[in-house]
Design a protein around this ligand. Structure first.
Ligand code: PMP
Length: 417
């Protein structure tokens, strides 16, 4: 287990206190207590910088984007495109045309699953995913398999919640067309060795899609260094607005994908006889986009960059280490997901109470956690539990939040055991 000394770059207590002041929601009390918001894997709270950026945009620069001739619309287009550029920078992508702005991770994976499969997958081909995927990296591929006659192949995880890499490697065969893998598991916290997976898959000519919903908010992301081919993320999990996110795709691969949704903005010309499609990324952005969302997303990226993703990662590792250590003292509590490399997610079950009862008691003590299957039912089945309680950390969490969690768990033991 890590110690405080292992985190030389982490945020100081004073810095976290200052950061907390950026988040208006944290000023409230719940059940007479300060809010210990530990549901960050579900969604994150918003700093004033993001809230203000969106409302300022609506008040001063809002109009429809693209094909603009009047100044206001040009301003709106520039602001929207600045969101795309912020995403490029955040992901360390080479080319801004590789960034498709979408609703979020779910939409990004659906786009690839649908388009890629239509273009490149035949009956009898295989799509390889893992046992720890979120439903949004399972169901789109099942739909794609149904449509194409391909087969879904699932790489196993072990009892700690780590991917069995040898097994994954052995499952990549001549019919494998895509490896789709989560970067950080939302249910277990496991951090997957994406770079290694990409090397293994690429050695066999297979592209790799990474579900980055849970990694992007919590560690520096460099898609070029990761070596993957597609990377999906959600703005709302990284302190940005909901309803906006991105797909990054390697240029040559994106260019080889047929359009997904049809409509305005994605075409070059339309006639009843024949329609031609626009270049990337607009080919994949049919309809009026979440314009203000892109503005808020850029503000979130700037906010995170100003703090530094390395320091956020260190801070959250420290919180995870504290919490993991502290819950060992709680009788009848079992942590689900004990991988060597984890991000700030602590999933657990208690022998005395159902996860929903645990979460209800914690709520009364001002501690917000999630209880359920976390949209990862196969993970629950793998560990033989119907649900877990999940505490997940963000940049504004403190030692006090961890203490409140642990105190709440002691109450659960008193009430139920
Ligand atoms: N993948 C993972 C690992 C997630 O945790 C989530 C959200 N819980 C998603 C995908 C889906 O993200 P969204 O709902 O923002 O599309």
């Amino acid at each position: 287990m890590s110690t405080a000394e292992s985190f030389p770059t982490r945020l100081t207590e004073l810095e976290v206190a200052r950061l907390r002041a950026d988040f208006p929601v944290l000023e409230q009390k719940f059940h007479g207590r300060p809010l210990a918001y530990l549901d960050n894997a579900n969604t994150t709270q918003k700093p004033r910088a993001v809230i203000d950026a969106e409302s300022h945009f609506y008040a001063t620069d809002y109009a429809g984007v693209h094909r603009a001739v009047y100044e206001l619309a040009e301003r709106a287009t520039r602001a929207y495109e600045a969101g795309r550029e912020a995403m490029r920078r955040f992901l360390h992508a080479r080319d801004v045309h590789e960034i498709v702005l979408l609703r979020g991770t779910t939409e990004a994976i659906n786009l690839v699953a649908s388009s890629f499969t239509r273009a490149h997958v035949a009956p009898g081909d295989e799509i390889l995913i893992t046992e720890m995927e979120h439903h949004s990296n399972i169901v789109p591929w099942q739909l794609a398999c149904e449509a194409s006659g391909a087969r879904l192949v699932v790489a196993p995880i072990d009892d700690r919640g780590e991917l069995v890499l040898d097994a994954l490697e052995g499952m990549i065969g001549p019919r494998t067309r895509m490896v789709a893998v989560v970067h950080v598991s939302n249910a277990l916290g496991t951090l997957n060795p994406v770079r290694e997976i990409a090397e293994i898959a690429h050695a066999r000519g297979v592209p790799v899609l990474v579900d980055g919903a849970q990694s992007a908010p919590h560690m520096p992301i460099d898609v070029q260094a990761l070596g993957c081919d597609f990377f999906a993320l959600s703005g709302h999990k990284m302190y940005g607005p909901s309803g906006i996110g991105a797909l990054w795709g390697r240029r040559e691969l994106l260019e080889a994908l047929p359009p997904w949704q049809g409509g305005g903005a994605m075409i070059e010309s339309v006639a009843f006889e024949k329609t031609t499609y626009g270049p990337i990324p607009s080919r994949f952005e049919a309809g009026t986009p979440n314009i203000a969302g892109a503005v808020g997303l850029a503000a979130a990226v700037e906010y995170l960059e100003a703090i530094g993703l390395e320091r956020i990662a260190s801070h959250e590792q420290q919180l995870l280490a504290w919490a993991t250590e502290a819950v060992r003292e709680i009788p009848g509590l079992t942590v689900i997901g004990t991988a060597a490399e984890k991000a700030g997610v602590l999933s657990f079950v208690m022998d005395c109470a159902h996860p929903h009862d645990v979460a209800t008691i914690l709520d009364r003590e001002g501690v917000a956690v999630r209880a359920g299957h976390h949209c990862a039912q196969p993970v629950m089945q793998r560990f033989g539990v119907p649900a877990t309680v999940r505490a997940s950390f963000g940049l504004y969490n403190t030692r006090e939040d961890v203490d409140a969690l642990v105190a709440g768990l002691r109450t659960v033991v008193e009430v139920f055991r």
